[in-house]
Design a binder for this molecule. Structure first.
Ligand code: SAH
Ligand code: SF4
Length: 356
């Protein structure tokens, strides 16, 4: 049997597996305690398991499959990790420090097929989906890093905003949530988890039906179909007349506030006109909307775009506020390192190609 990541199994799945293998049911809770509370990185350290059980685990699973290729530390405390997967693919994970806690941004796919015209992650087509274990393992790696520093710091928040479209890897993403949310494991509360989608409307309906307290963010980036299609070609498959009803369904079903991400591109989508159109688009769901204005992080390969001026950002913000739309401007983290999503990975791949 090919080895899998032990972090990919929910407690229930691990329990059934142990029973199938003729092991005692209570071993699952013991194993989880070693993994998520004591946070060991070797099965042999699980002292209260018998040698037979340890051997069985060693033959069937691995604990650490990610290799740290690059670790970049920013002056503001942000740490960016470039990990190599078992098959050699590279992914990124970021730790950010906020006044409310430590947040980790995870990757869900190797590359991205959505291909937004401003994004470094989409420069390379999706190679494969990450397994739920590989997504959990990113957080565990960061947590192990913090454990080693010894300041008793815990990862408290998760944003699913790294490389990839999480709703294009839906079942693995859901297993990932179940693992990290479980009180017997990392116990990261659903309200502390945010998933961001480019707007796959059909999956927004499914997500609404899950009945979870997880926060949803939708990358909108433009208030009209014409402009949105120009910036994100996914708008052809899911134009606003499909996306907005899915969002209305989500709001009705969950009564939870949605965050709309709006990347500000100089002279493309940052005029007063677009701010007014955006306010109109969201006017009937003002009470459950928050617009996150994101200053564009320049990406070498997408030199058709520039960051909006401070004046334009402020005017856009004020136009929305005047029309009663809750909004804020995202404060950049780690601006002195390769902060834009997918940038570190694309730079490393270029370097590797140049060497070979
Ligand atoms: N695929 C999902 C989640 C990953 S991208 C999505 O698109 O929502 C997460 C966020 O990072 C998106 O809102 C995206 O627009 C933003 N982003 C991507 N490239 C960026 C860049 N160069 N500068 C600023 N934000 C960027
Ligand atoms: Fe993919 Fe999101 Fe980047 Fe678009 S912004 S290419 S959906 S990762």
């Amino acid at each position: 049997m090919e080895k899998k990541s032990i972090y990919g199994l929910t407690l229930e799945q691990l329990t059934s597996w142990l029973i199938e293998q003729g092991q005692k049911k209570f071993r699952a809770a013991q194993i989880w305690d070693w993994l998520y509370k004591k946070r060991v990185t070797d099965f042999s350290q699980m002292k209260n398991l018998n040698p037979g059980c340890i051997q069985l685990l060693e033959e069937s699973f691995f604990i650490q499959s990610l290799k740290e290729e690059v670790v970049q530390k920013s002056e503001d405390g942000t740490i960016k990790f470039l990990f190599k997967l078992e098959d050699g693919n590279l992914i990124e994970t970021v730790l950010m420090r906020f006044n409310y806690g430590l947040s980790v941004c995870v990757t869900t796919q190797v590359g991205c097929n959505i291909g937004c015209t401003f994004c470094a992650s989409g420069l390379l087509k999706k190679n494969r989906d990450l397994s739920s274990g590989e997504i959990v393992e990113q957080i565990m790696n960061v947590q192990h890093h913090l454990d080693q520093v010894g300041k008793d710091e815990r990862v408290s928040h998760i944003v699913v905003m790294g490389i990839g479209e999480p709703f294009d890897n839906y079942p693995n993403m859901m297993d990932f949530f179940r693992v990290i949310n479980d009180q017997k494991g990392l116990s990261i509360g659903a309200r502390h988890i945010t998933v961001s989608t480019s707007g796959l409307a059909n999956k927004i309906y499914d997500f609404a039906d899950e009945n979870l307290q997880i926060n949803l963010a939708v990358s909108l980036h433009a208030p009209t179909n014409e402009l949105r299609t120009q910036i994100m070609k996914v708008n052809k498959a899911y134009p606003l007349e499909k996306l907005m009803p899915a969002i209305d369904y989500y709001l009705e079903k969950t009564n939870r506030r949605i965050t709309f991400e709006y990347i500000l591109l100089k002279d493309v989508n940052d005029h007063k006109e677009e701010a007014i159109q955006l306010a109109n688009l969201l006017s009937n769901k003002r009470h459950l909307s928050y617009v996150n204005l994101i200053p564009y992080n320049p990406v070498d390969e997408h030199n058709q775009y520039e960051r909006s001026t401070k004046k334009a950002i402020l005017e856009f913000y004020e136009t929305l506020m005047k029309r009663g739309i809750n909004c804020g401007v995202r404060v950049e983290q780690g601006s002195d390192i390769d902060a834009a999503c997918g940038q570190l990975r694309s730079k490393q791949i270029k370097k590797d190609k140049a060497r070979s």
